[in-house]
Design a binder for this molecule. Structure first.
Ligand code: F6P
Length: 511
């Protein structure tokens, strides 16, 4: 196996050419702009993944392909897809892909059976078997909230079968706000927690039950659905077994949208939409499984990510969706990428050799243009940017809206790359744009459920590919534990802290 350090050295030594110079070469689009398509007839869809405005060139692609091979990418992808215990620090598999029908046969069968159970409950609720249900308060946090919130928001702008409120924050204001928008007798509560022990979720769930009881609902527990990998804990907490939708332990929290954690998506958008989202994810899985080297879109994106983070020293990467329906996508990607790849040791336990996950941030276009794009164009940080847009509009207003939206999206990528000077004489430094700033564009035919599924699965695989290239385990998250422990220590009063923390506790009347 080739030495990865030697390949990293060659990557760093590769001569740097500007994006404009790279575009003078023939075949740039063939090299780096690829359309992925799936389905037929009404189910057909596609996304163009255009990475041509990044600094990847034929030489860098070839070196990164060597790096992928030396890092064991094909072997680790195989482990991921066959349900091997790829999450070595926790000794378990990472089988979110099986939820989409790809992977180890037994896991795919188990996922299908659990989905059938979920479908029956969703349809029973829609048919009124549990009485009138107009509202669902979905209580969860992190991966048990961000995916559902984003997908419900993206897929139900036209029609929400049931009014869904996703509540994550332990700050009681968040739950109070949901209560204010719901009518207790027609409200169901979904308690979403992989572990069913997370303090924020369980405290919110207790308060939601009390709200139902205080509002005169006769059997509050009868209005609860549990979405969890720990069904025993849900039973102990008082949820009837018939309303527990389990998912396997091998599905990680931030990868769990495809499991029963996606319940509010199916409730709000309908079962067919949830299934279409799975199908879109599956199309991306098959591409990721069956495509080698630079043609593999998530792997190619990871090549660019690694280039900017490790070779160019970029500390952040931004994602701007030129689509109101994807307003919550940056929040979702933050957890996916930062909780997965924000690590400092490799799978072996040795320290990593370079930077790991950049800070993921972003927003929606065109709003962000009028707020933060100044820094992208003229600031001193180099920030690789992802643009996401849909050719088909999400609105039915004057087509001018969508035309302006898309032209702005494409103009930003072009301007970041080309640069220039806005002064009449072309010489004013304050009006100068250095250009040569990279971006990638994901242009969807339409932002339907399958496309959303494909986009999310693309980012999951991109995150995995980045982890492989860095030699780290993307499936654990021990970094969240110390703060939790300290909060618990404060509660139990066992430990004394530094003088600053002690003074803050005293000032707030907590000690
Ligand atoms: O604290 C981080 C975390 O474990 C995330 O990884 C997870 O998505 C979230 O908390 C919620 O966990 P659970 O679904 O078990 O409540």
């Amino acid at each position: 196996m080739a030495d990865t350090a030697a390949i990293w050295k060659q990557l760093a030594d590769h001569s740097r050419r500007t994006l404009s110079a790279l575009f003078e070469e023939d075949g740039r689009l063939d090299l780096l702009s690829t359309r992925l398509e799936w389905g037929e007839g009404d189910l057909a869809g596609g996304i163009r993944f255009d990475w041509s405005k990044t600094h990847l060139d034929a030489k860098l692609l070839a070196l990164f392909e060597q790096l992928a091979s030396a890092s064991g990418f094909a072997e680790q992808r195989d482990q991921l897809l066959t349900g091997a215990k790829i999450n070595v620090t926790e000794g378990r598999a990472a089988e979110h892909i099986a939820q989409r029908g790809v992977g180890a046969e037994a896991s795919v069968e188990e996922a299908a059976a659990l989905h059938l159970r979920m479908k029956m409950l969703v349809e029973a609720i829609h048919q009124g078997a549990l009485g009138e249900v107009n509202h669902l308060i979905h209580i969860g946090i992190g991966g048990s909230a961000l995916g559902p919130a984003m997908a419900v928001d993206a897929l139900t702008r036209d029609l929400e079968l049931v009014d869904v409120h996703v509540v994550s924050n332990i700050d009681g204001l968040a739950l109070e706000q949901a209560f204010a928008a719901c009518d207790p007798p027609t409200t169901m509560i979904a308690v979403a927690s992989k572990t069913f022990t997370t303090i924020e979720t369980m405290t919110n769930a207790d308060s939601a039950l009390k709200w139902l009881a205080d509002s005169g609902v006769s059997d509050p527990s009868g209005r609860v659905v549990a979405l969890t990998a720990n069904p025993e804990a849900a039973v102990l907490w008082g949820v009837d077994e018939t309303r527990i939708l389990p998912f396997p332990e091998s599905v990680g929290g931030r990868y769990s949208l495809w499991s029963s954690i996606g319940f509010p998506v199916a409730i709000a958008a309908g079962w067919d939409e949830f299934e279409a989202m799975l199908a879109g994810g599956q199309a991306m899985d098959e591409h990721f499984r069956d495509t080698e080297g630079r043609a593999n879109l998530p792997l190619r994106a990871a090549f660019a990510d690694q280039y900017y983070t490790r070779i160019r020293g970029c500390q952040t990467r931004a994602c701007f969706a030129y689509d109101e329906r994807l307003s919550l996508l940056p929040d979702y990607l933050q957890q996916l990428e930062m909780e997965s790849n924000g690590k400092r040791v490799k799978t072996s336990g040795d320290p990593v050799e370079g930077a790991t996950a950049p800070v993921t941030w972003g927003g929606v276009g065109t709003d962000a243009q009028h707020a933060v794009f100044q820094l992208l164009h003229q600031g001193t940080h180099l920030v690789p940017v992802d643009f996401i847009a849909s050719i088909a509009p999400g609105d039915e207003l004057n087509p001018a809206h969508h035309r302006i939206l898309l032209t702005n999206c494409f103009a930003q990528g072009a301007a970041l790359m080309a640069g220039g000077n806005m002064a009449e004489d072309g010489k004013d430094p304050a009006r100068a744009f250095p250009g040569d700033r990279p971006s990638a564009t994901m242009l969807c035919d339409d932002l339907d459920a399958a496309t959303l599924g494909a986009l999310i699965a693309f980012h999951e695989h991109r995150t995995f590919a980045n982890a492989v290239l860095m030699g780290i385990n993307p499936f654990d998250q021990f970094g969240v534990e110390l703060g939790k422990k300290m909060a618990n220590d404060i509660d139990t009063g066992d430990v004394s802290f530094d003088s600053s923390t002690e003074a803050l506790l005293a000032a707030a009347g907590l000690k």
